[in-house]
Design a protein around this ligand. Structure first.
Ligand code: HEM
Length: 553
């Protein structure tokens, strides 16, 4: 969803104050704030980024559509990590490179803001995380965070495993070849149903959710003409139907929450949110302590909850494309699959056959594969912002009102040309460990590194960063003696205050899928080199047909 929209913004002419947005070498961020904002500078106007604004009105839109990912790679090569273009009449700055992307995304609400089309308010919701800004966004995110936290997701792992096992067993028993992409989308909806909505995850509900999602997505790609037979009108109806589904699920959750003795398994995320809402004290009522300074209060009314379940539902649309990459890239990499199988054999020998959170913790190779699946052909190639003020980035002036596209990894320029190489994450982890030993534990180690080494299978970085210690991601190591080789950057879940809410869910699902496939199945892709398209959303061009069967014991 993050890449589905285009909107126009007024560009104000003339000289203005420029705020300096520094992209620091990432290692230096361990000690100092990542972005240093200077008071508005009086110095002469900085140059705009290099690049071409193209034809009047159309800009370079046609070129972007026709040349696909070579549009970005050729320009990045020519102009560097920050260049200007014009997409659909809106001057746009393309930003690449971990340092620059992090710098921009950490200036959310001060120098940049999320850039969503107006229909988002109708098709997702005015109180969704996507549209909320500033303290209200922070308040909503805090209220939702626990329900989607790593701790909460650990409880769901056995249930995720049951759904994944059922679906994959059904795929293997069904007609071959299997349409892998559609099957993975259905699986991702079933998992959303179980974990988020508390549904049964059955095929009927998964298909219904997928149908609703297809209509909603189509609504973003057509003129907002709300008639019963237009795509937009159907999308509005789909959003209403989703709202009713959430209302039913919420009522069921409240009944379940009230019946504390019932043994109904773990709360779904919606039930956790409903419970948090019920326990929240309204500080606007008399005799309640006032909210802390600068803390916005956002009571989780039913409509706020519903809008954010819709936001989660949209976010979940990126999961199917990520799961199907497991089928494609493992089929094409027998060595990786062999290593995964070996790891699973060891885990089964020591932990038995059940798949739990503790089992996922043991999947250090599986975690490397999952990170690589998130890195390669990323499901969300870029996130979109608009500049709220003039600011400086890498010596260039980004004018107020311009759109800013932040690309989430080097892999975005290598769709269909990139190498699938989970080993890079093991090398990376090894480097981190060496760094830690060289420096003494706990000294100058960033949170990303600490989290990765605490649990080898843990999700990358609390801010969604995919690469662990930044000192290894930006190329130049700044807190060790010897420079490490340049490592590609990968921020599949974004970074900053808008980091993906569902990242722990996605990572758990990916690990479970890897474990189930490696333990019990053989498969081959009919077209192992099948290319991916990027527009309107990343997906294998022909739906990835695979022949899948249970392994002989
Ligand atoms: C592989 C799957 C996924 C990928 C690659 C992904 C990626 C992202 C990215 C890059 C962002 C940041 C957007 C921005 O900065 O503008 C984001 C935000 C978000 N994601 Fe995900 N996502 C995935 C799955 C999910 C799932 C499963 C959920 C819900 C359960 C979810 C819910 C959200 C929400 C609500 C936001 C908005 C956060 C905010 O604005 O504060 N996502 N996602």
């Amino acid at each position: 969803m993050a890449c589905q929209h285009v909107s126009r913004h007024r560009v104000e002419p003339g000289p203005r104050k420029v705020v300096r947005l520094r992209a620091r070498p990432v290692g230096a961020q361990l000690l100092k704030p990542r972005v240093r904002l200077r008071a508005a500078s009086r110095e002469p106007l900085l140059p705009l980024p290099e690049g071409d604004l193209g034809l009047p009105v159309f800009g370079e839109t046609l070129d972007l559509i026709l040349s696909g990912d070579s549009f970005g790679s050729s320009r990045r090569q020519r102009y560097g990590d920050v260049y200007k273009t014009n997409i659909l009449g809106a001057p746009t700055v393309m930003v690449y490179g971990e340092e620059a992307v992090r710098a921009v995304l950490s200036a959310e609400d001060r120098l940049v803001a999320s850039d969503w089309p107006q229909v988002t308010s109708t098709l997702v919701g005015p109180d969704s995380l996507n549209l909320l800004t500033g303290p209200r966004h922070g308040a909503a995110k805090r209220a939702l965070a626990e329900a989607f936290s790593e701790r909460a997701m650990r409880r769901h792992v056995p249930y995720i495993a049951r759904v994944v096992q059922d679906y994959i067993a059904r795929w293997a028993a069904g007609p071959q070849p299997l349409a892998g992409y559609a099957a993975c989308q259905e699986l991702s909806q079933a998992l959303f149903d179980v974990v988020v909505l508390g549904g049964d995850g059955g095929r009927r509900r998964a298909a219904m959710l997928q149908e609703l999602m297809a209509r909603l997505q189509a609504g973003f790609q057509t003129p907002p003409l709300e008639l019963p037979f237009t795509d937009y009108g159907k999308a509005v109806q789909a959003r209403r139907a989703f709202g009713e589904l959430v209302a039913e699920a919420l009522a069921a959750c409240l009944r379940r929450n009230a019946d504390a003795d019932a043994d109904t398994g773990p709360n779904c995320a919606l039930a956790d949110v409903a419970r948090a809402a019920a326990n929240a004290v309204d500080p606007r009522q008399p005799h309640q302590p006032p909210p802390q300074q600068h803390q916005e209060v956002l009571l989780l009314s039913d409509s706020v909850v519903c809008d954010n379940m819709a936001a989660a539902f949209f976010g979940n649309a990126s999961t199917g494309p990520s799961l199907v990459k497991a089928l494609q890239f493992l089929a094409a990499s027998p060595g990786v699959l062999l290593e995964l199988r070996r790891e699973q054999q060891e885990i089964v020998a020591s932990h038995g056959t059940e798949i739990t959170a503790d089992v996922l913790d043991q999947m250090s190779y599986g975690a490397a594969v999952a990170k690589e699946l998130l890195r390669i052909t990323p499901a969300v190639p870029a996130v979109f912002r608009v500049a709220l003020a003039d600011f400086e980035l890498l010596g260039r002036r980004i004018p107020k009102g311009w759109r800013v596209w932040c690309h989430l990894g080097d892999s975005v320029l290598k769709y269909n040309k990139d190498a699938f190489e989970p080993e890079r994450w093991r090398r990376h982890q090894h480097q981190q460990q060496q760094q830690q030993q060289g420096q003494g534990q706990g000294q100058g180690i960033c949170a990303d590194t600490a989290q990765e080494t605490a649990s080898s299978a843990s999700i990358p970085a609390a801010d969604g960063g995919g690469g662990g210690c930044p000192a290894h991601r930006g190329g130049q190591v700044t807190h060790g003696s010897a420079p490490a080789p340049k490592v590609e950057y990968s921020l599949p879940f974004g970074t900053g205050v808008r980091t993906c809410l569902g990242r722990h869910l996605v990572f758990s699902e990916l690990l479970v899928v890897l474990a189930v496939l490696a333990r019990g199945y053989d498969w081959r892709a009919l077209n192992p080199g099948e290319e991916w398209r990027v527009v309107p959303a990343p997906a294998p061009r022909d739906g990835l047909r695979v022949e899948l069967r249970r392994r002989e014991p």
